[in-house]
Write a protein that binds this ligand. Structure first.
Ligand code: G
Ligand code: G
Ligand code: G
Ligand code: MN
Ligand code: NA
Length: 253
């Protein structure tokens, strides 16, 4: 298919771009790190979402080249920001099937002279389910190196508490479907009890919590009252291109 050819070309010819969304401290709204999110603006097709091209990259094996580029690029950008900031990168389940990612991460940290603690790797539950043995070794290595590990989209999919117990996570990201339903509404079940329970769970396990998809002041206040550590979402800031990121960080520091 032509789309696959275009994707391969975009990956090879720097046709991909990273956007950066702030993750802020709940009380102060001060950004502490930025989640790197892939964007593909195709010259003829326009913007194509990661929901479309990530699965395609996974089917075709292009995810390794693409994933490696994301890690290097995110680290390159981070090296231009003041040391108090960190970056979070999403890993595809496929990237946890080989040692490739280990080499890429180590090379990126060394090349760009970054402290490992400034890098967070986000993985989903499905990534762990499908490659438990390999994932245990890889995540164990990252953890030992001081790289931070976040469980992404927590509460969706197969949410097994065993994963939180078994893998050395530092951060739990509450899926935005729960944040959206805080307080309930017409024909919407209130997610408050679930979110509160996740907060207690995280505290007991010594994990920081990031609430994803925070879109309103009301949600931010509710999460603040629950002692949620970090907030992420359109209310705090949209994913922005590199130039905007640089301007914002220059203003903050
Ligand atoms: O400071 P800023 O205008 O960005 O804050 C916007 C909103 O974020 C606040 O009005 C509130 O909803 C939430 N918020 C920020 N800090 C606090 C806080 O210390 N306590 C509570 N309850 N909410 C806060
Ligand atoms: O940015 P957006 O909300 O459109 O992202 C949609 C999905 O694509 C999310 O699940 C997000 O985690 C995923 N995604 C975005 N960038 C990357 C990336 O660099 N690598 C991987 N594996 N997934 C990404
Ligand atoms: O799966 P993951 O959590 O990595 O996906 C993050 C995605 O969520 C990004 O593609 C980003 O564009 C999207 N996102 C970030 N903040 C918000 C928000 O406040 N509302 C909604 N609907 N999506 C958001
Ligand atoms: Mn994520
Ligand atoms: Na998520």
């Amino acid at each position: 298919r032509q789309l696959i050819t275009d994707l391969r070309q975009a990956i090879n010819d720097k046709g991909m771009e990273l956007y950066f969304q702030p993750i802020v401290m709940t009380g102060s709204h001060q950004p502490t790190h930025f989640e790197a999110l892939l964007r593909w603006n195709n010259p003829t097709r326009g913007f194509i979402g990661p929901d479309v091209f990530i699965p395609l990259a996974e089917e075709t094996g292009l995810i390794h080249a693409l994933g490696n580029w994301v890690i290097d690029q995110a680290c390159a950008v981070l090296s231009r920001l003041p040391a108090e900031y960190g970056v979070a990168v999403n890993l595809s389940p496929h990237q946890l099937k080989t040692d490739d990612v280990l080499h890429t991460v180590e090379t990126a940290l060394a090349t760009h002279g970054l402290a490992p603690s400034r890098l967070t790797l986000e993985v989903t539950e499905s990534a762990l389910m499908h490659n438990a043995d390999k994932a245990t070794r890889l995540l164990g290595h990252f953890h030992q190196r001081g790289i931070r590990l976040a469980m992404d989209d927590f509460g969706t999919g197969y949410s097994s508490l065993a994963y939180l117990d078994q893998f050395p996570f530092d951060i739990l990201k509450v899926d935005r479907s729960f944040i959206k339903r805080l307080g309930g509404g017409d024909n919407v079940k209130d997610s408050t009890p679930i979110v509160e329970t996740i907060m207690v769970l995280a505290r007991q396990l010594g994990l920081d919590v990031i609430a994803e998809g925070v879109e309103t002041r009301q949600q931010a206040e509710t999460l603040h009252a629950m002692d949620c550590t970090f907030l992420q979402g359109y209310y705090l800031g949209r994913p922005t291109p590199l130039s905007t990121l640089m301007e914002n960080c220059a203003r903050v520091t």
